[in-house]
Design a binder for this molecule. Sequence first.
Ligand code: B1H
Length: 834
Amino acid sequence: AIAKPQATRKVPRATNNPLPRANDTDTLALEILEKLTYSLGKTTSVARMHDWMDATCLAVRDRIIDHWIASTQKVTKEHSKRVCYLSMEFLIGRLLRDAINNLGLSEPVKQALARYGVDLDLVELLEPDAALGNGGLGRLAACFMESMASTEVPAFGYGIRYVHGFFRQEIADGAQVELPEDWLAHGNPWEFERRETAYEIGFGGKVTMVEEPGRPPRYVWRPAERVLAVAFDTPIVGWRGKHVNTLRLWSAQALDPILLDAFNSGDHIGALLESNRAEAITRVLYPADSHQAGQELRLRQEFFFSSASLQDIVRRHLQTYDSLDNLADKVAIQLNDTHPAVSVAELMRLLVDIHGIEWDKAWEITQATFSYTNHTLLPEALETWPIHLFERLLPRQMQIIYAINADLIRHARLDKGLDDGQISAVSLIDENNGRRVRMGQLAFAGSHAVNGVSALHTELMKETVFRDLHRLYPERIENKTNGVTPRRWLFECNPDLCKLIEEAIGPGFRDNIELLAELDKFADDASFRDKFAAVKLANKQRLAKVVEERLATYVDPKAIFDIQVKRIHEYKRQFLNIIETVALYDQIRSSPHLDWTPRVKVFAGKAAPSYQEAKQIIHLINDVARVINADPAVRNLLKVVFIPNYNVSLAEIIMPAADVSEQISTAGLEASGTGNMKFALNGALTIGTLDGANVEMLEHIGADNIFIFGLTAEEVANARANGHMGQPVIERQPLLRAALESIENGVFSENDPGRYRSLAGSLRDRDWWMIAADFQEYWNTQRRLDELWLDRAKWNTMAVHNTARMGWFSSDRSIGEYARDIWKAGPKSIQAIS
Ligand code: B1H
């Protein structure tokens, strides 16, 4: 007879929380082998380096998952408030080293791989650099994700899973060439596809009013087109594995991947059209920062990820609470610039149309939930959308914006007595340029807090773009100065320096970066300084090797490494730097007997593909490099290199190798800068203008340890208002005049002598970026650096002070301030940050 199953039999209760895995070398070696065998189907004898990389990522990932599950359970159990960081860009770079380092696994993983004769350093190099961002804005989002995990602020990052990230840059005959980037080509071991977490996103169609007896009229949006947003989750592990948050990126799919009717009737191409159109939304990152793209596809991207993220937030909230009334108590949504600003209208639609909440109540919830960060004041970068496009693509959201605007204007007129001119400045609709929706105004109106990214930038926000809105809501704008994560930008990229720091002040700085201040007293200790300089030299040798490999150019690690790496833009003034380089070249040639300090000028950065002036600047740098590097008269006293394809991984090699950091934007135009912080943290001396966060770096580092020059923001504004012209200035400055003439006469472009005529001409004319205006002071300041280099003890003292005093610029501090002042989320200890 068959035994009857015992009703009382004890089944071991399934546990959600398996034992955390052991982290010793033996266990890791075994598990890496296990992944290689059972996840990748390879043996050690046929495994390629890529397979080792995948196996290593998977073994490390298992350890993150343990913490991930625990973090999620804790947040759920405690009903903690969550931060949702909405950003069109997350420039995360490689994740393996970050994960290993934060989990404290560097040594055991290294040794585990060594058992198979595999070098962890080489494995790390194979990971593609996730470039889902343009520059500072996207990298800030990545630093913030890491810091939120490290400071245990429960958070979701929401963005787009672009199939192609930021383009790969090559230089051909001196000019930039853009090639498609393909980071997903070999799969992505860090992401989890969540097919069950998918939302319909509508576009186009019609809005109808539905009236039912006894109920207020409702609006119903019937989109003409629907696309599916599917979630892909990547765990973001914080320092010491304490907490793990989620980066949720949306991928677009057709609801009906192939139209079966069309397919069956033989129209195989037509059957795929819909899926192509849908998937195009998340195909590629727009590569123009500081310039509004203006295409329909871009607006589709913005709405697509905003709507998906909000639907996700609302759904999850309703899983726990039976009402949306307390939404703002449980989530804080941060809008990273205006790219997700349509969220304000979309949340209103979800609250009012879908969940039946009364308008005023919905508006209260919306404002209490959102906050908005502005990252630029450049007029050409401020997003506006033509009404007709907006209306066609998002008809209901357009209606909602009109309604929000009507309320805003009523308040401005009746309660605050604004006149017509002031009303048109605060209006969400720009009536002067063919009627456009102003996304900055929308984000401002829909938020309880609006912040700039450095003290100066925040003040300028109040005086310029948001002047009238600020008068209307004087409490709303506040400052949150940017920061960078010390884990990636010191611990991981400069391990030798960290070892040295630890010998001097102990390991405390690894958990509290502001303890770096204790290094200050070592600045006058000659033996410490020498070791500090030795680490710098080794880092310069490492960079010199990269330059040799990629450019076949020798650079002397004993020369000053003077580095400007960032997006190429007129306001960032790489042009000023290269003109100074040309002037120096002229001087070395005409006075060869003088004691010139050897310098290597390093440049890297990408130009937006459609930005002709920026591409010309790249071409000029390469032309100048070719001529100077080949001129024997220079005797290696001056070298110029442009390293192609600047990205996060290259930055990790460059930041620790700089002696001089170039932060020379026209004052008032760089909102903050974050490269400036990475360089100084690693002991470079800054030559810079009083712009963005440079101003606060000056305060923290002290005027004796930083090289500030040039017009102030106020002086720039005045010069522009007073019709400043470059030519009279150029006439008075022989160095500048000669350098400019050689550039415009084709000394560096003999095969095309007129190539730089218009670029140079722009200086003689309005000199909009104040390059001629600032040249002489820039030159003088560079020569002061030359002189300082001769007193190496003094230089090194200053370098140590830089590292010691940069702790405040950690993104942990930035996040602490957001948590305390804006989000009211995260551990009490974080919100209590002073
Ligand atoms: C910054 C951008 C930006 N500001 C538009 N604005 C973009 C604007 O694709 N777009 O349309 C992309 C990016 N990026 C930078 O943000 C500032 O220039 C830096 O000064 C600042 O440090 C950084 C982070 O706040």
